[in-house]
Unconditional design. Structure first.
Length: 208
């Protein structure tokens, strides 16, 4: 008599639940390391390019807002306008940005934006620690604020306060004594160095 199929014992297939061998695990680890080595430098390059683009856009917008102020008031937004000097720039701190952001104090007597026209509009700055910010405007209670570059520093600004349509070149520019513009803006870049014409200033962001 043939035995019932229900009584035939079950024999599991050997190897169906086999784990990784040490060699296979090592191969996987090596592959992951190779992919990480490719991905991390690429992501750093993307971040560097994004910061450069953001810095350029904000610098150009700052320059254009100063030009718009000049068109409106027929003077530059500078409280003590001495001779323009590329080696002694103004900064995008409250003394300048309060005027361009139409802060309340600049509409009062002695203020430089009595019509309270906002000439600059930008993104909100991100905290960077130790009282610094990056990539945008850090606002104050008066409606003004400070404009920070992507590397936690202010932008540098020189205006043609003697109205001859040329500005003495900053110290890191060695190929021309003057820049034929009414306003120039720059950032010292990731290394925050802009005091020479060598490699230290090669990452500067400029509007000319």
């Amino acid at each position: 008599m043939k035995p019932s199929s229900s009584l035939i014992p079950f024999s599991p297939r050997h190897g169906s639940s086999r784990g990784f061998t040490l060699i296979e695990l090592l191969i996987v680890i090596v592959i992951i390391g190779i992919l990480a080595g490719i991905t991390i430098p690429a992501s750093k390059g993307v971040l560097k390019k994004a910061n450069e683009m953001a810095g350029t856009n904000d610098a150009l917008q700052l320059k254009n807002s100063i030009a718009a102020y000049f068109t409106e008031y027929r003077k530059y937004p500078k409280r003590n306008p001495g001779p323009d000097d590329g080696s002694n720039p103004d900064f995008s701190d409250e003394s300048l940005m309060d005027i361009l952001l139409a802060a309340e104090n600049e509409a009062k007597s002695g203020g430089l934006n009595p019509r309270q026209i906002p000439f600059y509009s930008g993104s909100k700055a991100k905290p960077a620690g130790q009282g610094k910010y990056r990539k945008g405007v850090h606002s104050n209670q008066n409606g003004g604020g400070e404009l920070w570059d992507p590397w936690t520093e202010y932008y540098r600004v020189v205006m043609d306060t003697d109205y001859n349509n040329r500005i003495p070149s900053p110290s890191f520019v060695d190929d021309a004594p003057f820049i034929p513009q009414g306003v120039i803006v720059w950032s010292a870049g990731a290394n925050n160095e802009d005091d020479d014409s060598g490699s230290k200033s090669s990452d500067n962001i400029t509007t000319w």
